[in-house]
Design a protein around this ligand. Structure first.
Ligand code: SF4
Ligand code: SF4
Length: 501
């Protein structure tokens, strides 16, 4: 087949009067959309709207527009659906995509509003009063015993290992391989500087991240990439990855072309081979099997660090979470259907899983009903966009929120959703050496630190408006939320009243 029926999604326009033919745009485009033939020529069919050329053109001579080509308006057969059929008719393969679900499903965060204090319980001014965002990751006892020894009060209860976070926001799991080393390093350093955590994802721990290992959660996924005693010893916490929000029930696949020498060393697999992590762990077929792995990891690390389990948000997440808590996990990480990914089948990303808002509420409810909520910290992830989403997630019952896509955006990502191609023009989701070197880890670190700081300050503002001075007091406070535009069943699942009540 020689002729494609797929029209370009975007149009690259060059203003040849302004252009001084410096060719910077050609160098900057990781997708090969620009070339020089007497003058700059654009192949719009290759453009993914990553905006790298627009940002770096010194003359402002490039613009990228959505292709106005009009399909006959049809609410059922949308242009996306038609283009997907063209593409499969031309390739005969599974359609891949990167990043999170972009379909217009209801976003429950946008249908929840936070309450505020007025007269009888006045609000607090965060500029004048101390506000506590400190959060502890790890299993908590339901009560503590205090003994008096030599006139001193000492804690008699032995606490499970805890990690102190200066903000309830951590970085979500993103593997070295799916993202570049500078991006991984920036996340680790920003977490370290901000008193929080980053997560290695399933790609092992690169040696250059060792200095920050007290701020790193390492993953044990089904592929067991990079897992050895040193890997476990260096971590602040260990996470068994069962599922991922963007692709519930699907394993991981890093194409061989991204497995360069460094990725191969870090993952402990041969260079150039596909890194396949199967959907199931082949030693876990029950909660008892999961419990065995949790305790094997605790034994291996002498019970010094929290061990948790990551699952994707699915309809029975509450029952699964109860099993995970009873299996001895110190934390549960739930990833909603808007979670990002380096690569996933589009059909899975867009149609499988449930919203994180529903999963948090259902899990928190179930664990409270069973009297085991304290046994685990609850981490929620999946498309968090701002501190308002974070506050609402905590009010629904999460202890901690993990951000992935927002962190990549802070580093320059334009959410072009082409991570699976390995051509990221911003040097983030790529292993191509000439692209990787574009991301300055120092600058990216600073941007990430700023993002965390900004969101944390806003969280304090929200707490003040709610009249509470600690994020701990917000956790599970659903009476501080009101639903708007939701039906009775949705309100019941979320455990919130409608606005006006
Ligand atoms: S970067 Fe701008 S000025 Fe330079 S060649 Fe490209 S369009 Fe022309
Ligand atoms: S990481 Fe890069 S390729 Fe992926 S969505 Fe962002 S800009 Fe696009």
């Amino acid at each position: 087949m020689t002729r494609t029926l797929i029209p370009p999604e975007f149009l690259v326009k060059i203003d040849h009067v302004r252009c001084r033919r410096c060719k910077r745009c050609i160098l900057n485009c990781g997708f090969g959309a620009l070339s020089f033939q007497d003058r700059i020529v654009a192949d719009s069919s290759r453009c993914v709207a990553c905006h790298r050329c627009v940002t770096f053109c010194p003359e402002g001579a490039i613009s990228v527009e959505r292709n106005p080509l009009c399909f006959k308006p049809n609410a059922h057969w949308t242009p996306e659906v038609i283009k997907a059929i063209y593409k499969q008719a031309e390739t005969g393969g599974v359609l891949l995509t990167g990043m999170g679900n972009d379909r217009p499903y209801i976003n429950y965060f946008d249908h929840l509003l936070l309450d505020a204090c007025q007269v009888t319980n006045p609000s607090i001014d965060p500029l004048r009063e101390p506000m506590e965002l400190r959060t502890y990751l790890g299993s908590k006892p339901n009560s503590v015993q205090v003994e008096t020894r030599d006139g001193e009060h000492v804690l008699a209860t032995r606490l499970s290992p805890q990690i102190t976070l200066e903000t309830p926001i951590i970085f979500a799991g993103m593997s070295f391989g799916s993202i570049s080393l500078p991006a991984h390093k920036a996340l680790a350093r920003a977490a370290h500087l901000s008193g929080t955590l980053m997560n290695t994802g399933e790609g092992g721990l690169h040696r250059e991240l060792y200095p920050y290992s007290s701020s790193i959660i390492v993953q044990v996924a089904s592929g067991r990439f990079g897992v050895n005693q040193e890997y476990l010893d260096r971590a602040a916490a260990i996470e068994i990855k069962i599922g991922q929000g963007a692709k519930p029930g699907i394993g991981g696949h890093l194409p061989g072309e991204k497995v360069n020498q460094e990725v191969s060393q870090t993952r402990m697999i041969p260079e150039g081979t596909d890194a396949l992590s199967p959907a199931p762990h082949h030693d876990i077929y029950s909660i008892e099997d999961l419990s065995q792995l949790i305790y094997a990891l605790k034994e291996a690390t002498r019970y010094t660090k929290p061990v948790g389990v990551k699952i994707s948000a699915v309809h029975n997440a509450a029952a699964i979470a109860s099993g995970i808590a009873r299996a001895g996990a110190d934390f549960i990480y739930i990833d909603g259907f808007r979670g990002g990914t380096g690569a996933a089948p589009t059909i899975i990303r867009d149609h499988v899983g449930i919203p994180i808002e529903m999963a948090i509420a259902a899990v928190d409810d179930r664990l409270r009903q069973e009297g085991i909520r304290n046994q685990v910290s609850l981490i929620a992830a999946g498309g968090f966009r701002h501190s308002g989403d974070v506050a609402k997630a905590i009010a629904l019952g999460a202890d901690i929120v993990a951000i992935g896509t927002a962190a990549l955006v802070a580093m320059g990502c334009r959410v072009c959703q082409k991570c699976y191609t390995g051509n990221c023009s911003w040097g983030i989701a790529t292993q191509r050496p000439e692209l990787v070197q574009r991301l300055d880890p120092e600058e990216a670190t600073e941007r990430l630190v700023n993002l965390l700081r900004g969101w944390s300050l806003e969280l304090k503002e929200i707490l003040g408006a709610l009249g509470v001075n600690a994020v701990e007091s917000l956790r599970g406070s659903r009476e501080r939320l009101r639903g708007i535009g939701l039906n009775q069943v949705e309100l019941e699942i979320l455990g919130v009243k409608p606005a006006g009540r």
